[in-house]
Design a protein around this ligand. Structure first.
Ligand code: HEM
Length: 131
């Protein structure tokens, strides 16, 4: 039986999400697509926001919404031009982070499914077609 989304937090805990999100953000500043999009002066804050959101989304405490309100993720991403290429890179970095964080394998399918669907939903910009 596949793990339900709400059971992921019980399985990997605060520490699992900490390792996953840290491994993701370690890769962000050096990335040629994502690096320039994220706030250089507040990467630690960005890391905390994504970690809090994921913990809440996967069955843990709702600290994210207590601090930030309703997630409304697509609206919060509107200031950034998110293309298919940006979406693909985000997923690539998160896949590498999943490996590095050494989470129990049962946690992978629900996390992966969510990342793929949510990242696609975040696309809000198509680059001009080449001539
Ligand atoms: C699974 C897909 C994604 C999830 C769950 C996610 C989640 C989040 C969350 C929770 C925040 C903080 C929002 C806030 O409270 O202000 C955030 C910010 C941000 N996201 Fe995403 N995101 C996703 C995909 C993407 C993609 C594909 C890109 C770019 C290609 C992107 C770029 C950014 C940037 C630049 C920020 C601002 C950093 C900050 O200051 O928090 N995100 N994202």
């Amino acid at each position: 039986m596949d793990l339900l989304d709400t059971q992921v937090y019980d399985l990997i805990g605060e520490d699992g999400f900490r390792r996953l999100v840290a491994a993701f953000y370690q890769r962000v500043p050096g990335d040629e697509i994502l690096g320039p999009m994220y706030p250089q002066h507040d990467l630690a804050g960005a890391e905390e926001r994504l970690r809090g959101f994921l913990i809440q989304r996967f069955g843990g405490p709702d600290r994210y919404s207590q601090r930030r309100g309703h997630p409304r993720l697509r609206m919060r991403h509107a200031p950034f031009k998110i293309t298919q290429a940006g979406r693909d890179r985000w997923i690539e970095l998160m896949e590498a982070a999943l490996v590095e964080a050494q989470l129990p394998p049962e946690a992978h399918p629900p996390l992966r499914q969510f990342f793929h669907d949510a990242a696609t939903f975040m696309i809000n910009h198509a680059p001009p077609a080449s001539p």
